[in-house]
Design a protein around this ligand. Sequence first.
Ligand code: GDP
Length: 486
Amino acid sequence: ALALALRKFTGEPTVADSVVSSDAVELVLSDFGAKVSFIKQTSAETEKMGRTTPRYLQKYTPEVWASFPLRPPIVTVMGHVDHGKTTLLDALRNSNVASSERGGITQNIGAFSVSLSNGSMVTFLDTPGHEAFAAMRACGTQVTDIVVLVVAANDGVMPQTLEAVNHARNANVPIIVAINKVDISGCSPEKVMNDLYSYAGIQVEQIGGDVQCVLVSALKRQGLENLIDAILLQAELSDLRANTKDPGEAICIESKVSKGLGSVANCIVRWGSFHVQDFVASGRSWGRIRRMLDDRGKSISVAGPSTPFTLVGLKDLVDPGGLVCAMKDEAEAKSYAEKLDSDMYLKKLQQTALQVSLQRAAAKLKSQEASTPESADSPHSKKRLSFVIKADVRGSIDAVLECIHKMKSEETDVEVVHSGVGAVTDSDIFLAASSGASVLAFNCKVPSNVIQHAKHNGVSIRQYSIIYELLDDIQSLQEGKFEPST
Ligand code: GDP
């Protein structure tokens, strides 16, 4: 039924033998009102994947689990725009600097740790909002143990509050509610609590439920200790542990080329410990750790569970969301990278590409339902421009995204199927080809074999080093001066 549905709605007869992610199957079949149940992957298949099944995802017996030390929780702050996520993160970061290392300059590495007087630690992801969270999940990874849901007391429950709740729920991550801006006179935290129950089914402790809820003012730095206490209590309930003695496994949150250091990856340790001189591999990149820096830019020799750190020594950039593993030796690191190249990596690509086309199929189905058959195919129907964006650093991607979103108009729909830091790879071409997208490469390499691959698949790659050129091109695209794909 899935194959038929896809053929009907995408016109692409590519489904029967493809690897389909469970999310994608659910997505398309739900449009038909069908219920989906999944049969678990056989253990033989899991074994074949060998070392590529991370230790942090493996199942442990309760006795073995209890023998691992507790680890700090990793927290993501989510909520509606302007409800105070950034202010709250700044307050938490600065309160820590003030108490422990006055004058210490925090480095922007995508996450930071707050250490408390009793020795416990909490790691916060630095990118507020659910986009980053969703992007991580799209890569099949998750670096969040607890979501702090920020709701402004004066504004109340808003659309993105509910979206954030859904993201957390889908990922099975416990929520702590932080009602912010309680310093504003006349605001009503009680109304927020009741609305959260009515609209999102979240029943906080104050109204008889079991979800923790604290009142804070990020601006006035009030209630932060209560928030940290709530996080630590939830961490205890979640029984977060990791074996510090295993080889390290970390998730990359961002990767860039840094002056004097080469390719660096900002990571959070999920399991085990990394040491300087360890051999590491991630995706198709590998190397030996030359240095590790903490969130204050200080060199460290060991990074244990939940620690955010900058890893120096990888030969290439790493995709955000990618798993970075410590390896036994150089040979293992090299062969891991090569094996992934040919095997798991392709599988993952196919999954992502298919997921994109499935999402498009579902969107198409919805728009067809919404419009009459004539109008759907009429020459006046909206023009759709799709892009895969690659750039040297996250900041450039954000700039390009901003430009692209400005293109949205009544006549034009724009869609970014993928964006990432680093050189354009075969996987980007694969994605672009399967979703009819053009590749925009800003200040990053495009290897010649990738150009060949793109030509072969009819994918256009546009390279830029100056943002104005990109803007000009986008303008021309919008005016229909040239088509997005060759
Ligand atoms: P974000 O979009 O969720 O990251 O929100 P911001 O942190 O940028 O905050 C949006 C606005 O709310 C800014 O003008 C902040 O100064 C203000 N704000 C944040 N927290 C508080 C608070 O506790 N009390 C008051 N009165 N204003 C706040």
